[in-house]
Design a protein around this ligand. Structure first.
Ligand code: HEM
Length: 418
C-alpha cells in the first residue's frame, strides 16, 4: 500500500493545499486528526475536494458543527434544497436507487418526523435493554471460538458479526442470510463516492429486502419488518419504498458504525495500555464502562463527518458564507477533538466527564440506534479485555489497515492474539 501520511505533514501545507487533499482516501483515514486541527485553526469553514470533481464545505469547530447539525437551512433532501435554477453540488444518485431517497437520512421536517415516529418504539433504551442477554451470549460465543484458535481478526471475527447479527434479529432477517449483508452494506456506503463499482451489489440488497417485505406481508412474524408492513397497511400511508429505505438504512447504520467503534476503540486501547488496564479492572462497574465507551466514541468518531446536507439558502457560519446549493459536511471527528470543548483533546482519558461529544450527531437526525450501539460496545469491549488479559496485535509494527471513505471511518482488519 501507499505510505501512511503522518500528522506533521499537515502542518507544512497551506490551506489551499489542504483543500485539495482527498478526504475519502485510506491514507487520510489513517491519520485525519492533524488535518482537522489545521482547518479548525486556519479555515473553520472550508470548501474541500469531494467525489467526482465536486466540492464539499466542511465545518470543523465544535459549536459550529453542533449548530450545523440542528440548522433547518441545511437540508437532507437534496431536491428540496435545490430549487429550479440553482446549480447542484455533485450529482444525484442513479435513478434505480431513487427509493432509497425515502430514508430518514434523506428527509427533513414533517416527512422525516412521520417516518421516525414509526420506528422509534423499536429503539428506545427500554426495548434495547431487553436485548442485553442476547448480546452477552453472542459476545461470549464469538469469544469462545476466538479463544480456541488463540488468534482472530478483531473486525471480521468479532466487531462486525456482533452488531450485524443483532440488528438482523431485530429486523427479522433469517440468520443464515446474514453473511451476505456485509458486502451489500459496504457497497451502499461506497455508492455516493464510487457509484459504478457498487451499484450491482446495492441492487441485489434492494431485491433481497423487497422479497423479505413480500414474505412478511403474507406471513407476519414478531419482527420489525412485519411491524412496518402492518403500518403500511394501516392509515399511515407508509409505502413499500419507504419500508425498503428504512430497512436498508437500519441494516447499514446498524453495523457499519458500531463495528468501527469496537475496532478503532480496541486499537486505541492497545495503543494506551494504561487505559486498557483501567477498563479491564473496572469492567464490573457499569459507571466505569459507560464513561469509557463515551470516551471511545469521542476519541474514534466512527462517523467522521455527518452525512451530506445541502444549503437551501446562503448560510453564514463563523463569518463565512456558504452559498445556496452547496454540499455541507459537519466534521464530527474534528468537533470531538476541539480544544475549545475538551481539555487535552488528543489524550484518551476513559474517565473523562462531562463528555459533550457529537459522535451520534445532534438534533432531528440524532442517531436512532445510539442505545443499541452503546449496549453492544459496553458489553463487547470489556468482555474482550477480560477474556484476553494479554490481548495484542499479531504484528504491532504494521500500519493498521484503515478503509477509505470520508463519512464512516474504520479498520479493514486487525489481527490480534488472545
Ligand atoms: C443517524 C452515528 C450506530 C441507526 C446517525 C448519525 C450519526 C450516527 C452521527 C447522524 C447523521 C447525520 O446527522 O448526518 C452512529 C454511531 C454508531 C451508530 C457512531 C455506533 C457507534 C447505529 C445503530 C443503528 C443506527 C446501531 C441501528 C439501529 C441510525 C439511523 C440514523 C442514524 C436510523 C438516522 C436517524 C435519522 O435520520 O432520523 N448515527 N450510529 N446507528 N443512525 Fe446511527
Amino acid at each position: 500500500g501507499t505510505p501512511r501520511v503522518q500528522a506533521p505533514v499537515w502542518d507544512s501545507l497551506s490551506v489551499g493545499e489542504l483543500a485539495s487533499v482527498d478526504i475519502t482516501s485510506r491514507d487520510f483515514a489513517a491519520e485525519p486528526f492533524g488535518f482537522w486541527a489545521r482547518l479548525r485553526d486556519d479555515a473553520p469553514v472550508q470548501p474541500v475536494r469531494w467525489a467526482r470533481g465536486s466540492t464539499a464545505w466542511v465545518i470543523t469547530r465544535h459549536p459550529d458543527v453542533e449548530a450545523a447539525l440542528r440548522d433547518p437551512r441545511l437540508r437532507k433532501n437534496r431536491q428540496d434544497a435545490l430549487r429550479p435554477g440553482v446549480a447542484a453540488a455533485g450529482r444525484g444518485v442513479p435513478k434505480v436507487l431513487a427509493p432509497l431517497e425515502r430514508g430518514l437520512l434523506s428527509l427533513d421536517g414533517p416527512d422525516h418526523d412521520r417516518l421516525r415516529r414509526l420506528v422509534r418504539q423499536a429503539f428506545t433504551p427500554h426495548r434495547i435493554e431487553l436485548m442485553r442477554e442476547q448480546a452477552e451470549q453472542l459476545t461470549e460465543s464469538l469469544l469462545d471460538t476466538a479463544q480456541r484458535r488463540g488468534v482472530m481478526d478483531l473486525i471480521g471475527d468479532f466487531a462486525a458479526p456482533l452488531p450485524l447479527i443483532l440488528i438482523a434479529r431485530i429486523i427479522g432477517v433469517p440468520e443464515e442470510h446474514v453473511p451476505r449483508f456485509r458486502a451489500w452494506t459496504r457497497a451502499l456506503l461506497a455508492v455516493g463516492e464510487r457509484p459504478l463499482r457498487s451499484i450491482g451489489s446495492v441492487l441485489w440488497f434492494m431485491h433481497y429486502l423487497r422479497r423479505l417485505i413480500v414474505a412478511r406481508s403474507r406471513d407476519p412474524r414478531d419482527d420489525l419488518v412485519s411491524g412496518l408492513v402492518a403500518a403500511r397497511d394501516g392509515d399511515d400511508g407508509l409505502t413499500t419504498d419507504e419500508i425498503l429505505a428504512m430497512l436498508v438504512l437500519l441494516l447499514t447504520a446498524g453495523h457499519e458504525t458500531t463495528v468501527n467503534l469496537m475496532g478503532a476503540g480496541t486499537l486505541a486501547l492497545l495503543e494506551h495500555p494504561d487505559q486498557a488496564d483501567l477498563l479491564r479492572s473496572g469492567s464490573d462497574d457499569p459507571e466505569v464502562v459507560r464513561t469509557a465507551v463515551e470516551e471511545l466514541l469521542r476519541f474514534t468518531s466512527p462517523v467522521q463527518t455527518a452525512t451530506e446536507r445541502w444549503s437551501a439558502t446562503d448560510v453564514e457560519v463563523a463569518g463565512v458564507t456558504i452559498p445556496r446549493g452547496s454540499l455541507v459536511l459537519a466534521a464530527i471527528a474534528s468537533a470531538n477533538r476541539d480544544p475549545a470543548a475538551f481539555t487535552d483533546p488528543d489524550r484518551l482519558d476513559l474517565t473523562r466527564s462531562p463528555n459533550p461529544h457529537l459522535a451520534f450527531g445532534k438534533g432531528a437526525h440524532y442517531c436512532l440506534g445510539a442505545p443499541l450501539a452503546r449496549l453492544e460496545a459496553q458489553i463487547a469491549v470489556p468482555a474482550l479485555l477480560r477474556r484476553a488479559p494479554a490481548l495484542r496485535r499479531v504484528d504491532p509494527t504494521a500500519p493498521p489497515a484503515w478503509r477509505g471513505g470520508a463519512i464512516v471511518r474504520g479498520l479493514e482488519s486487525l489481527p490480534v492474539l488472545l
